[in-house]
Design a protein around this ligand. Structure first.
Ligand SMILES: O=C(O)[C@H](O)COP(=O)(O)O
Length: 225
């Protein structure tokens, strides 16, 4: 029976994680600790002996650099690597760049928790279009103005359907290096987490989660490496 494994990984600590800043699509680098976390993950994954058919990551450097470090540590730099905006972090809208504690002091813990962890609440939107040559999905070279987790879920799913699931069904292990909320969205889908319960799901930096599937893409085993 054909079986395949998916490993999903949130990038290592970024400078914004370190400084407690809302990030989303802001393209911030890893800290030295973040690189160290990526290397440690690579060493962990190397021990499993898994060989991957492909690597999937976002268009953001914290995920891309993490995946480079992991692929080097597992000696699989030669595999195909795919980058997509669909794997980008949920866009934090007008919250981007703000300190999470400072916003909490302003609007209260409850509101910040809703913005950060609810499924359908959209954060305050940007009042101006941000242009970036990487992106064309929301207009020429244009980022979204902000996204709920649900909106991020909806733009992630086609990527899962078109690029990840078919490769797993073909029996090829896949490695996904992405972001806290995109991975929460993927976990919501894979583990069938109800909308109301997704606020409880957290994904830590540098903590890989392994899913083993059967030939019909049913989960046989899930564990944190
Ligand atoms: O975008 C961000 O700020 C972080 O990557 C994740 O933030 P969160 O813990 O508020 O979802």
């Amino acid at each position: 029976m054909m079986m395949a494994t998916l490993v999903i990984l949130r990038h290592g600590e970024s400078v914004a994680n370190r400084d407690n800043i809302f990030t989303g699509w802001s393209d911030v680098p890893l800290t030295a600790k973040g690189r160290q976390q990526a290397l440690a993950v690579g060493q962990l994954v190397a021990k499993t002996g898994l060989r991957f058919g492909a690597l999937h990551t976002s268009m953001l450097q914290r995920a891309i650099v993490t995946s480079n470090i992991v692929l080097e540590a597992i000696d699989q730099l030669a595999i195909p690597e795919y980058k997509s905006w669909r794997l980008n972090e949920r866009h934090y809208g007008a919250l981007r760049g703000k300190n999470k504690a400072a916003v909490q002091a302003e609007v209260g813990e409850r509101q910040v928790k809703i913005w950060r962890r609810s499924f359908e609440t959209v954060p305050p939107l940007l009042d101006h279009v941000v242009q970036d040559r990487r992106y064309d999905q929301f207009g020429p070279h244009t980022e979204p103005l902000g996204e709920s987790l649900e909106m991020a879920y909806d733009r992630l799913m086609p990527y899962w359907e078109d690029q990840i699931a078919p490769r797993l069904l073909d029996g090829h292990n896949q490695l996904v290096v992405a972001h806290g909320s995109t991975l929460r969205a993927l976990i919501k889908y894979l583990d069938r987490v109800p909308d109301a319960d997704i606020s409880q799901v957290e994904v830590a930096n540098g903590e890989p989660i392994r899913y083993d599937f059967d030939d019909r893409l049913r989960i046989k085993r899930k564990l944190i490496l």
